[in-house]
Design a protein around this ligand. Structure first.
Ligand SMILES: [Zn+2]
Ligand SMILES: [Zn+2]
Length: 253
């Protein structure tokens, strides 16, 4: 029994240290069957995939897929959640070429639209006083993103953002989205895992590697195990998660 793949790794296309190929080679060395290259966003913003680079990004991934037949190399992105309406920084034309979409909130990524800046970003980074309302809005934002885009996983839930994990887990289960257990920044506590598990959602454990040596780091498993839960709930433990899966309410290709 082992992890089969790493579904969240960064390369030099955002702010990772290695090339796409470096990450693939590292994943092969760890004996993984699959690896997702998921650089940040697609936008003109530091540490994100520049829109002018997206074709080369996809081409690099395609070349590795053809060169290394013993591992499934998947094209992905870690898009930024940007508004209460579930906007993410992913052009529609890019979405159709991606196998895997992680969506995360990053305080460093300031929304382009003034409305999103004031109604979404600012209340989160300043920890506005009405936490209950903020939590409900953030959860709704994630649910809208999951409905509007082919989201594969919610990246590092609760990191820099408050969420109603019960509502999030229920929507994730309903829409076929995985909840990430992120080895770089997992802030989920035992009771959070218990809340999520009660909703019936499934998890994916990823490294969030920013350098090739971190690819295949599944150390956050400790936190999941600490909650005494069944590893069968983790979709990349001894099996592979569904890739490009669609459920009701989601936009089809
Ligand atoms: Zn992230
Ligand atoms: Zn990341």
């Amino acid at each position: 029994m082992a992890f089969t793949g790493d579904f969240h790794t960064h390369s030099v296309y955002s702010h990772g240290k290695g090339s796409v190929e470096d990450n693939v080679l590292a994943a092969r060395e760890k004996g993984l069957k699959a690896v997702v290259i998921s650089d940040h966003g697609v936008c003109v913003y530091p540490n994100n995939i520049h829109p002018a680079d997206i074709n080369n990004y996809l081409l690099d991934i395609k070349r590795c897929r053809e060169k290394y037949k013993d591992i499934t190399v998947l094209s992905g992105v870690e898009a930024n959640l940007l508004s209460n309406d579930g906007d993410i920084d992913l052009p529609e034309e890019a979405e159709d070429f991606l196998d895997w979409i992680n969506v995360g909130f990053h305080a460093i990524r300031i929304p382009d639209k003034a409305k999103s800046f004031f109604s979404f970003w600012l209340p989160n980074v300043t920890f506005s006083p009405n936490k209950t309302a903020r939590m409900a809005r953030n959860t709704e934002a994630y649910i809208k993103a999951m409905q509007r885009y082919r989201v594969s996983a919610v990246a590092h839930p609760l990191r820099q953002i408050s969420l109603d994990l019960k509502a999030l887990g229920e929507a994730a289960k309903d829409l076929g989205v995985y909840i990430e257990i992120n080895s770089k920044s997992c802030v989920l506590e035992r009771h959070d895992f218990e809340t999520l598990c009660r909703t019936g959602c499934e998890f994916v454990c990823s490294s969030d590697a920013h350098s090739p040596d971190q690819v295949g780091d599944f150390s956050a498993l400790r936190r999941f195990d600490g909650a005494g839960l069944d590893r069968k709930l983790i979709a990349n433990w001894d099996r592979l998660p569904n890739i490009r899966h669609y459920k009701k309410g989601r936009r089809e290709l």
